[in-house]
Write a protein that binds this ligand. Structure first.
Ligand code: NAD
Length: 381
């Protein structure tokens, strides 16, 4: 037998930058990133929720390109795509972006810049990853969830066969730029939704961060900017630490950062995406924390703290779709997405997650029943 052994590793490095007024001509952050010997082409794809809420954005992007014309060229007008989950549910949008790369000669030395919520970033990241086997991609997340979680990582994707993120890839971005000014125009639901990813990461990794969120809960619910900026920074930092320290391309069977997500993904689908991703994650966390309590893994006092925080932020804990047997299919789909053994993150204590490989469906039903009671009353057990 003959064989040739191949082995190489490729280091990935990218920055997550925090700024304000990104497109103001006095802000050279983006131009500094794009500077290179060959003046690169830049193509923007923009979430229509963002362009509508920021009517001057297109003008500012064009003025920025004119001001920095020695650094980069806008190769076409920005493409505006409907924001939210519809962007990932309809392959026409993927087609439109891929077509643009063909029409405007967008090559691997060019940049596709996505401005929008997590859904648009997932879509554009995927289109950039598969066109020419990978075009440089810069993300400008505009929601809390995308600034603290989805936009700073290495995954992208669209929904297919009615399943979340069925088509997608692992493709680290060239850079991520969080402009906190975008958050001012989010509606109440999207302001709140992204906080659930911070609760998630705090619960499984950092008790002090959880305590800080408890202290800041009212201010966050009142939409105060300072605690939100701190929350986004810490949550993004923890995501990045996790990605570099573990299994960035999810080769194993475990997805610790998907705590609460097996039910969340299924609930998004069962509610026809009426629930936002972050809202579904809050319910998924509440479910898995209640399950952890019923299983004797955490104390009643710990359960209470988590439920109170989720409620104080204004999240729902229960939707009727949780009663359907269908939700249990979420466990199987969660396993299938990754392959290997079913691995679900539960809680050992606040600040420490623990993985299990089996879930008791009767106990899940009991946890759902508890959540219905929590939702309707202040009664906790
Ligand atoms: P979203 O992208 O669905 O956007 C929600 C709504 O907010 C949309 O209508 C959008 O148009 C609007 N919007 C966006 N920015 C705005 C702004 N600044 N002002 C006003 N309106 C604005 O919501 P999201 O919570 O950011 O993202 C959810 C998506 O992220 C889901 O598809 C989820 O699967 C994905 N996600 C991906 C990862 C990953 O690792 N790739 C991780 C978590 C979640």
């Amino acid at each position: 037998m003959k064989s040739i052994r191949q082995s190489f590793s490729v280091p990935f490095e990218y920055q997550v930058l925090f700024t304000n007024q990104l497109f103001h001509t006095t802000n050279s952050l983006l131009a500094d990133l794009l500077k290179s010997e060959q003046k690169p082409k830049v193509y923007y794809v923009i979430d229509n929720g963002v362009s509508e809420a920021h009517p001057k954005l297109l003008q500012e992007i064009k003025a920025h390109a004119t001001y920095f014309k020695e650094v980069y060229t806008l190769c076409a007008d920005p493409l505006i795509i409907p924001g939210g989950e519809q962007a990932k549910n309809n392959t026409d949008y993927l087609q439109q972006i891929v077509e643009a790369t063909h029409l405007y000669g967008i090559d691997r030395h060019s940049y596709i810049i996505a401005v929008g919520g997590g859904a648009i970033l997932d879509l554009v990241g995927f289109a950039a990853a598969v066109s020419h086997r990978g075009i440089r991609h810069i993300r400008i997340p505009t929601t809390v969830l995308s600034q603290n979680d989805s936009g700073v990582g290495v995954k992208n994707g669209i929904n297919y066969f009615g399943k979340k993120n069925y088509l997608g890839s692992f493709a680290p971005p060239f850079a991520v730029i969080n402009d906190l000014d975008f958050l001012a125009t989010l509606d109440e639901r999207d302001w709140r939704a992204g906080i659930s990813e911070a609760i998630k990461v705090a619960l499984i990794k950092d008790a002090a961060f959880f305590e800080k969120m408890e202290k800041d809960a009212e201010a966050l619910a009142r939409r105060e900017s300072q605690p939100m900026q701190e929350l986004i920074y810490r949550c993004a930092e923890m995501h990045l630490e996790h990605i570099s320290g573990g299994d960035p391309f999810e080769m194993g069977s475990s997805r610790p950062l998907d705590f609460g997500h097996w039910a969340a993904h299924k609930l998004e689908q069962l509610t026809q995406y009426e629930l936002r991703h972050g809202e579904a994650v809050a319910i998924g966390i509440a479910l898995d924390v209640t399950y952890s309590y019923l299983k004797g893994m955490i104390t009643e006092a710990e359960l209470l703290r988590v439920i109170q925080l989720i409620k104080a932020l204004g999240f729902k804990l229960y939707v009727p779709q949780m009663e359907q047997d269908e939700i249990l299919k979420g466990l199987q789909e969660f396993r299938e997405h990754l392959g290997g053994r079913l691995t679900i993150m539960l809680l050992e204590k606040i600040g420490k997650g623990v993985e299990v490989h089996e879930m008791d469906t009767k106990l899940i039903q009991q946890a759902v029943n508890r959540l219905e009671v929590f939702e309707e009353t202040d009664q906790i057990v």
